[in-house]
Every structure is written in C-alpha cells, then in structure tokens.
Design a protein around this ligand. Structure first.
Ligand code: SF4
Length: 292
C-alpha cells in the first residue's frame, strides 16, 4: 500500500479497508493535534488511490466497510470522491458503508445535493471532531470552526441521510475553562444530536503548541477526577432530540462508557457520581494503558 505518514482511523473502523486519499490535514492548526505536523496537505493522485484499492481488494478479506483517510477527505471535489467510492464498491460488492473524516469547512462547501449524491453512492458515515462547544476554548485551540457552524454541518449531514459521529475532548479547556467547556459542550452535543458521540481525553503530545503551553505553565490539565467531573457535568447537560450512542471507550480515557442516550443516561450519571463521591480509581484505566 502506498501509505504516507501517520495513518489513523476511528476505533469503529478497525476492520475496514483503509484507503489513503489525502496526505495530512488541510487545516493542520489545532494546538493539541500532532498527527499531521510536518506533512504538507495534498490530495493523492487517482492512479495511486486506485492501485491501493486494487491491492486491498486482492487480499481476499471480505470487507464490509471502507474508510478513507487522512484528515479531511471531504475537501476532495465531489466527482473525484464519487469515482473513488464507486470504484471501491465495484471491486468489493460486500462493502456497503464508506466512512471519512470531515472538517466543518469541508462539509459546508458541499451542497445538500452533493451530500445526497455521495450518500447514494455509499458514503455512510462522517466523523467530525467538535472538541468543545465553548467559543473561547475553540478559539484558543485554533479549531477553525465555531459552534454555530458546527451545528450547520451537523444538520447538513443528518439531513442528507448520512450517519454523523462527533468527538469532543475532555480536558481541552484546561483547569481554567473546565466547567464552561463541560456545560457548553454538553448543550452543543444535545443540540446537534449526532448518531454517535465520543468523548476522548487530551493527550499532551510533544510536537504540539498545547504541549509547549503546558510546559510553560500556561495550560493546566485537570487531574483524572477533574476530567471525570467534566464528563459528568457534560453528560448532565446533554439533551438529545434523537437517539445517540455515547462512548468514552477510547484508549485516552480513564473510564470507558458505552451507552444509549437518553435511555441509559441516568444510569451513567449515577455511576460517575458514585466514582466521584468515593474517589475510587480502582475502576479507572491505569495511566500506563492510556494512549491515543
Ligand atoms: S484535529 Fe483534525 S482538523 Fe485539527 S489539525 Fe488535527 S486533523 Fe486537522
């Protein structure tokens, strides 16, 4: 395979055919993200992409899903994306769902008609990093997208009939903005009500601006119970208007949760309240097992 740089994918795409379509991320400015630092963004040429699809299709693995990397595949012209999706499905008739990462700017550039065309071709899920619902936090981390625009993109994806999976970042407001970040992010998630929502926890990576701020004392990360308090407060403020599967089972988190909201929301809140009350870390993931 002609993979270049860091190839990452959501945990739920572990068994998918992974095809690299872009190298890096067209934004590449988020202060906490080190994944594509040092890589200049570019779209790979169609010949290389198809050669990788041919190779992966020849492995004899009965893939049912495919995932297109890197950071911002929806930035591709729609006709090129349609060509790639159609080619994957022609070579692999069992593949019924194709997923991509999509950032807010890229999603907004697609018209409702284009998104429906992509859905009809096989685009089944878009993963979007929201990180926070707090304007000041989003500005500080240079996300390049604010809540009202994120909400607009969520509506576009959902209205097109494509599954939406959003991630938020525990700890990204630091100790200073922990409370506001938790409350605003909970409200924002409820407002958008994606099909899937995941909380990850900030990991301080040495090649990032956030790490430099941490070293200089400008940024202070809440401790593990501070992060759980954030999670508890966030979940308290989530009011979904359609079913949402909430997880915090990413390896960066201290406490794995998998729950259907709203049905299981109260049970999750009770569990979190119990852990927080007793400061019980026996149920938490040990530090050495946390990873990105
Ligand atoms: S978090 Fe996402 S949008 Fe931000 S730099 Fe990393 S890949 Fe790009």
């Amino acid at each position: 395979m002609n993979y270049e740089g860091n190839i990452i994918r959501p945990p739920s795409e572990a068994h998918s055919m992974i095809i690299q379509v872009t190298v890096g991320c067209s934004h590449n400015q988020c202060t906490f993200c080190g994944t594509y630092k040092g890589w200049e963004f570019r779209i790979k040429d169609m010949k290389t992409i198809k050669a990788d699809i041919d190779e992966a299709s020849s492995w004899g693995i009965p893939f049912t899903k495919a995932f297109l990397t890197d950071g911002d595949v929806l930035i591709l012209p729609t006709k090129d994306l349609l060509e790639i999706i159609t080619y994957i499905r022609r070579r692999n008739p069992r593949i019924t769902r194709i997923g991509v990462y999509g950032n807010t700017k890229a999603i907004l550039k697609k018209s409702a008609g284009e998104l429906k065309e992509l859905r009809d071709a096989g685009l089944g899920i878009v993963y979007q990093g929201i990180e926070s619902g707090n304007v000041e936090v989003l500005r500080k981390i240079k996300k390049g997208a604010f809540p009202h625009k994120q909400k607009e993109t969520a509506e576009k994806i959902i209205n097109a009939g494509i599954l939406l999976s959003q991630t938020v970042l525990l700890g990204i407001g630091g100790t200073e903005k922990s409370r506001e970040h938790a409350i605003d992010t909970g409200k924002h998630l409820g407002d958008m009500s994606p099909d899937f929502a995941s909380a990850l926890t900030v990991m301080l990576l040495p090649n990032t601006e956030l790490y430099r701020d941490y070293r200089s004392g400008k940024f202070k990360l809440p401790d593990k119970f501070g992060l759980l308090e954030e999670l508890h407060l966030m979940i308290q403020h989530i009011q979904v208007h359609r079913p949402c599967f909430f997880t915090s089972n990413h390896a960066s988190n201290y406490l794995p949760i998998r729950a259907h909201f709203p049905e299981e929301q109260d049970a999750v809140l009770r569990t979190l309240a119990h852990i927080l009350k007793h400061r019980d870390d026996s149920v938490l993931r040990p530090e050495f097992m946390r990873a990105l």
